[in-house]
Design a protein around this ligand. Sequence first.
Ligand code: FAD
Length: 427
Amino acid sequence: MQNEPHVNSWYAASANQQLDFPALRGTVQTDVCVIGGGYTGLSTAIHLRQRGYSVTLLEARRVGWGASGRNGGHVGTGQRVDQRRLERWVGRERARDLWQLGLEAVATVDRLIAQYAIDCDLRRGNLHVTARTRETDDLRAEVEHLDRVYDFREIRYVERAELAAMTSARGFQGGTLNLGARHLHPLNYALGLARAARDLGANLHEASPVLSCKQGDRVQVTTGAGNVQARFVVLGCNGYLEKLEPRMAARMMPINNYMLATEPLPEVLARRLIRDDVSMSDTLFVVNYWKLSADRRLLFGGGESYTRRFPADIGQFVRKNLLRLYPELAATRIDYGWGGTLAITMNRLPDFGRLASNIYYAQGYSGHGVAIATLAGKLLAEVISGTAERFDVMASLPKKAFPGGTLLRWPALAAGMLFYSLRDRLG
Ligand SMILES: Cc1cc2nc3c(=O)[nH]c(=O)nc-3n(C[C@H](O)[C@H](O)[C@H](O)COP(=O)(O)OP(=O)(O)OC[C@H]3O[C@@H](n4cnc5c(N)ncnc54)[C@H](O)[C@@H]3O)c2cc1C
């Protein structure tokens, strides 16, 4: 039987390899059972195999089927939260550690791609823009702060006139160009990680949803057709966790985010939209993010929803946001529209932790997971092999449960998010 296919996206249509892994059958003994086949789980599997641990990875559907195969492909520097705010929350010293870990996350993405020859259209640069004059001073201050406090010289402020030459996107007053950021084809990156994990000797299983995970000296992990007995377990289910582990569910909120891909664009038009092939994003609460694909489509993300249902016509849903920025694309065909579910936390800081001395998890990357979930795998492998220090830097970040716990967080959060998205529209 074929495993469940990827969602119908431009990424699935341009996937450069087809990987199929068998479902788990029978009882398996392993050092580490990893649950979830996205960046968190795959990176964990790679880094554990590099240290010699036996690894069994269980994926409910197909590797890269979740957010890791559907996202914008933006690889941001630092953490999801601005360094100045982080300093206020955790102090300058800890904020420095977090900044360094954020840079290491991007370097880890680069290294894995080079080491395992992952073909995923890796490119450099993010242009982050604002339509609000009042925010330009803040972007300038951020650049100055990163330079002065963190010696980070890869970001600079871009004045309105220069910006107009870099993009035909409407209405922006200024921005920052960050050459430390990257962008890539997210599904091909995930598939490349899966191939690397397999070649390193990890046992990957698709169509193997974990139904229960029972604590003990050896953790008992059960799927419909098999069992894994493991010294350690890593949970990497992020926005798709559902009911598997209520203790983690209360600290994150699954939200849906949507993307489209246009038809391939003529070279001249593509260069007008984004001259230098960097990724772009804006400062709205419900952020718009976009980039060109290798075959010169505009891949545009914008719009989210907080109920379980996706809009009937996702392409049209996202197109409204696209045309606000690029009215010149009114006659451009939309070839694909798709959505995915990611996990956000209350304070947008990732949620790393332990459920028992041998059960670890990382989740809640809040839209910054391409880099940080990849790093999570490295830190999870470190903590399992006995070095907890860097994992604990992440695990000790302030955590906040959503009001109302797992039952009420949907309506409470939906109301809050709708308020902020309304503020976006009002300017
Ligand atoms: C539309 C969209 C755009 C985004 N854009 C960006 C971006 O540009 N930059 C960025 O940094 N981040 C972005 N993100 C977020 C980013 O994709 C995620 O943070 C990241 O992929 C999380 O990786 P993960 O491995 O933790 O989770 P996922 O990739 O979601 O993987 C979790 C996996 O766990 C599996 N699973 C769940 N339950 C079980 C179970 N019981 N048993 C077995 N397996 C199970 C699921 O099937 C799934 O494959 C975006 C997300 C979306 C949805």
